[in-house]
Ligand binder design. Structure first.
Ligand SMILES: *[C@@H]1O[C@H](CO)[C@@H](O)[C@H](O)[C@H]1NC(C)=O
Ligand SMILES: *[C@@H]1O[C@H](CO)[C@@H](O)[C@H](O)[C@H]1NC(C)=O
Ligand SMILES: *[C@@H]1O[C@H](CO)[C@@H](O)[C@H](O)[C@H]1NC(C)=O
Length: 557
C-alpha cells in the first residue's frame, strides 16, 4: 500500500523542500503522524511545491526531467494547456508528471499536440521503472492535427516495473491506440506490475479506412502487453478497435472498467480482446471481471469479449492458453456477440456474465451479411454467448462455462464480421420539378426496397425487382436510341422545371409525359403504378390518359 502525504500535512520544518522531487522512504520512513496512521514500508512523501509549470512546451518539461534525474516530479498548474510538437520523454526512473494538487476534474492540466506537427506520442515513458502519469489530460487533437500512423498517444512499458497511469484523461489519439504498454521482448525482464486505473479514455480513432492510404482509422483505448498489471476502474468511451486489448500479459487483472461505444466514432470492433498470440499466446492467470460493456445508441460493438485464436478477423495457428477467469461482466445495448470462445487451451472459468441488457434482435442494429454461415445463424438467433467445444480444451484444469452458452457444432473462425445495417430503403421516392436528371452513364434513377429503376445505355428506362438477389424486369419504357454517346451521357431522364417528365437522347426528346405546366411531382414506386406524374389535385394523365407503367409501355412505337 502506498500512502501519499500532501505537503500541507507536513511539519513546517519541511517547507524548505522546494526541490521538485518525490522522496521514497529514506530518512522520513519512521516519521509518524499519530497512532491511527497505517505507515507501511513504501511511504512516499511528496514535499511542498513552491511553483508549478504554467507556460512552456515539451522542451520546458523535458529540460526539467533531464536535469532533475530520478524521481523528478514535474507539476503542471491547474487549468493550463501545454502545446507540444514533440514527445515529452521520461529520462530516469520514478519521474512523474502531474497536475498540482492532483485534481480529478476539468482543471487537470492539458498536454495538447499541435496541428502541423508529426508527433503521435505525447508522452514516452517506456523503459523507465516506476514512472507516473497522474491527474493530467493528454489530447492527441486528432480532429485538428489529423490522423497519422505511429506510436500510441501514451507509449509506456518496455522492460520495466511499477509504472502508473492514473486519473488521467487520454483522448483523440492520432494513431492506433490511446494508451500502449509495449512488451519488452525479454523473458527475464518483461513489462510487469503496472497500474492503469481511474482513467478516462477516448474517443480513440474512427470507423473505416483512410481514403488516401487505405490504412484503418480505428484505434484501441488501452493496449496492454504487461504482466501482473492492474487495469481497473477505467472508463473507455468511443474506442473503435478494442476498448481494452490484452496482449498475453500473464497475471494481469482487468476489473470494473466501463466500456461504451459512441456514434461519433462509429462501429467498435471489440470491448475486451483476448485474441492476439502475443507473449507466446500465454494468458495464464488473466482475470477479466466485473466490467461493463455497452454498445451505445446509434453505434454497436461487434464482439464484447473475444477469447481465443479463432475469434478475431486474423485467426492464427497458435492456440491461446492459460487458466483464465472471465466472470461477472455485464453486457448491455447494441452488442453483436457478447462472448465468443474458440481456440483456447487450459481451463477456463467463464461464469456469472450477464447479457440480459443486450438489445434484441441483433439485426435491429447490425448486419451479418458479410459473415460466414455459422456466424449468420448465431446472429439470426441473437445468440450472445457462444463457444466451439472442440476449440476450447482444458489441459491445466477443467473448463467451467456458464450454461447460457450455445455450443457450436461447427468450427467457425472470424466473428469480427458484422457491419452497420443499410438504412431501410423506401417503397416510393418522389421528385419535385427540376430535381431529377439522370443520364445513362450514371444509370441509377432510384433505389427502393428490393427494387430499382435505371436508365440504360440504349435509351431504355427499366424498373427491376431485386427481391432475394434475383433481378426481374417489371416494366420498361422500350423506347431505344443509338444516339446516347459512347459513355451513355447523352441519354437522360429529367423531370423539368415545367413539370414534364422527358427522356432525351443526343437528338432531342425520345418520349415525354406531356404534363408540362401541370406536373408538380413524379413518384417512383416498387408497385404499380410504377411511375406517376402528379398534378396539384392528384394524378395527372399524359396524352394517353394512363399513368405509370401502362402508359410507358403503350408509348412503345
Ligand atoms: C494497514 O495496512 C494493511 C495492508 O494494506 C492492512 O492489511 C491493514 O488492515 C491496515 N491497518 C489499518 C489499521 O488500517
Ligand atoms: C506462461 O506464463 C506464466 C507466467 O509468467 C509462466 O509461469 C508459465 O511458465 C508460462 N507458460 C509457458 C508454457 O510458457
Ligand atoms: C477451427 O478452424 C481453424 C481454421 O481453419 C483451425 O485452425 C482450427 O484448428 C479448427 N479447430 C478445431 C478444433 O478443429
Amino acid at each position: 500500500m502506498k500512502t501519499f502525504f500532501q505537503a500541507l500535512a507536513l511539519p513546517l520544518a519541511f517547507n524548505f523542500l522546494s526541490v521538485v522531487h518525490a522522496l521514497p522512504g529514506g530518512p522520513w520512513k519512521p516519521w509518524r503522524t499519530g497512532p491511527d496512521t497505517n505507515i507501511t514500508d513504501d511511504v512516499t512523501i511528496i514535499p511542498r511545491q513552491t511553483s508549478c509549470i504554467s507556460t512552456g512546451d515539451q522542451s520546458t518539461i523535458n529540460a526539467l526531467f533531464s536535469s532533475g534525474g530520478a524521481n523528478t516530479v514535474v507539476r503542471l498548474c491547474p487549468g493550463v494547456t501545454i502545446p507540444i510538437t514533440a514527445p515529452i520523454v521520461f529520462t530516469a526512473s520514478g519521474q512523474e508528471i502531474s497536475t498540482q494538487g492532483y485534481p480529478t476534474d476539468s482543471t487537470r492540466a492539458t498536454i495538447l499536440i499541435q496541428p502541423g506537427s508529426t508527433v503521435t506520442s505525447a508522452i514516452r515513458g517506456n523503459w523507465q521503472n516506476n514512472v507516473k502519469i497522474l491527474n493530467i489530460q493528454v489530447d492527441g487533437n486528432r480532429p485538428n492535427a489529423g490522423y497519422l500512423g505511429g506510436d500510441a498517444l501514451l507509449e509506456m512499458g518496455g522492460g520495466t516495473t511499477g509504472q502508473t497511469v492514473s486519473h488521467t484523461v487520454v483522448k483523440n489519439t492520432r494513431s492506433w491506440s490511446c494508451v500502449h504498454f509495449i512488451g519488452s521482448g525479454q523473458d527475464n525482464n518483461p513489462c510487469r506490475q503496472a497500474t492503469v486505473t481511474f482513467n478516462d479514455v477516448g474517443p480513440c480513432g474512427h470507423e473505416g479506412t483512410d481514403p488516401a492510404t487505405g490504412n484503418g482509422l480505428w484505434a484501441d483505448g488501452l493496449s496492454i502487453e504487461c504482466m501482473d498489471t492492474s487495469v481497473t476502474d477505467n472508463t473507455i468511451t468511443g474506442a473503435t478497435d478494442g476498448g481494452i486489448v490484452i496482449f498475453g500479459s500473464p497475471g494481469t487483472h482487468v476489473l470494473r472498467n466501463t466500456i461504451v461505444s459512441t456514434s461519433s466514432s462509429g462501429l467498435q470492433f471489440g470491448g475486451i480482446n483476448m485474441v492476439d498470440p502475443t507473449w507466446g499466446a500465454n494468458y495464464t492467470g488473466v482475470v477479466v471481471s466485473s466490467n461493463t460493456i455497452t454498445g451505445g445508441p446509434n453505434s454497436f460493438i461487434n464482439l464484447g469479449i473475444g477469447m481465443g485464436s479463432q475469434v478475431w478477423s486474423n485467426p492464427h495457428p497458435e492456440t491461446n492458453f492459460g487458466q483464465v477467469t472471465v466472470t461477472n461482466n455485464v453486457f448491455t445495448g447494441n452488442i453483436g456477440f457478447s462472448i465468443v470462445i474458440n481456440g483456447w487451451l487450459g481451463g477456463l472459468t467463464v461464469t456469472g456474465n450477464s447479457v440480459s441488457g443486450v438489445t434484441t434482435p441483433s439485426s435491429s442494429f447490425a448486419s451479418a451479411a458479410g459473415c460466414g454461415s455459422v456466424q449468420q445463424a448465431s446472429f439470426a438467433a441473437s445468440q450472445q454467448l457462444v463457444y466451439y467445444p472442440a476449440g476450447v480444451t482444458g489441459s491445466s484444469g477443467p473448463n467451467t462455462i456458464q450454461p447460457q452458452f450455445t455450443a457450436l457444432s461447427t468450427n467457425a473462425s472470424n466473428w469480427l464480421c458484422l457491419t452497420n445495417p443499410l438504412p431501410p430503403l423506401p417503397d416510393t421516392k418522389s421528385f419535385a420539378p427540376n430535381t431529377l436528371s439522370v443520364d445513362a452513364s450514371v444509370s441509377r434513377v432510384v433505389s427502393l426496397r428490393d427494387f430499382h429503376v435505371q436508365v440504360q445505355g440504349d435509351g431504355n428506362v427499366v424498373g427491376i425487382d431485386t427481391t432475394g438477389g434475383v433481378w426481374t424486369v417489371k416494366w420498361a419504357s422500350s423506347r431505344y436510341s443509338t444516339n446516347c454517346g459512347t459513355d451513355g451521357s447523352q441519354c437522360f431522364l429529367a423531370f423539368g422545371i415545367d413539370g414534364n417528365l422527358v427522356m432525351y437522347d443526343a437528338t432531342g426528346p425520345l418520349w415525354a409525359s406531356n404534363t408540362d405546366g401541370r406536373g408538380v411531382e413524379v413518384i417512383f414506386s416498387r408497385e404499380a403504378p410504377w411511375v406517376s406524374v402528379m398534378g396539384a389535385g392528384g394524378r395527372v394523365c399524359g396524352r394517353l390518359g394512363i399513368c405509370g407503367v401502362e402508359r410507358l409501355s403503350r408509348w412503345k412505337g
